[in-house]
Design a protein around this ligand. Sequence first.
Ligand code: FES
Length: 157
Amino acid sequence: MEPDDSIQNPEEKEYSSVCVGREADIKKSERMTAVVHDREVVIFYHKGQYHAMDIRCYHSGGPLHLGEIEDFDGRPCIVCPWHKYKITLTTGEGLYQAINPKDPSAKPKWCSKGIKQRIHTVTVENGNIYVTLSKEPFKCDSDYYATGQYKVIRSSS
Ligand code: FES
């Protein structure tokens, strides 16, 4: 029998993919929550694509799994139900509208605050959905509510 690397190396275990449910189920519900290696995530199925991100909003920890998905500037975003922050599904960028005060005739433009919500990887195999946590080394604002004393695990499936 092959030795299990994930047991010998806990860091590798943290980044191994975890089965979170059935493809048929998420295609019906269009979203699900899961705990992946002690991190709570939400998985969306939107227009034929899967997206996974930290479940708690980077702004103040709002429950993103209860938000609506809307397009802004042609980009699908989850709108946080607490203060309506918009987060792109594919990149985790926070979007905001800005105007140039020196040009009152200008229309507000959608701008990016940069990546604020940590995005994780979704894969599908044999009808099962797997999530692999992001290994990106940068500090993401949503880490604040996904780790440490502010982490709240509310669901397990
Ligand atoms: Fe999400 Fe404030 S907690 S917008």
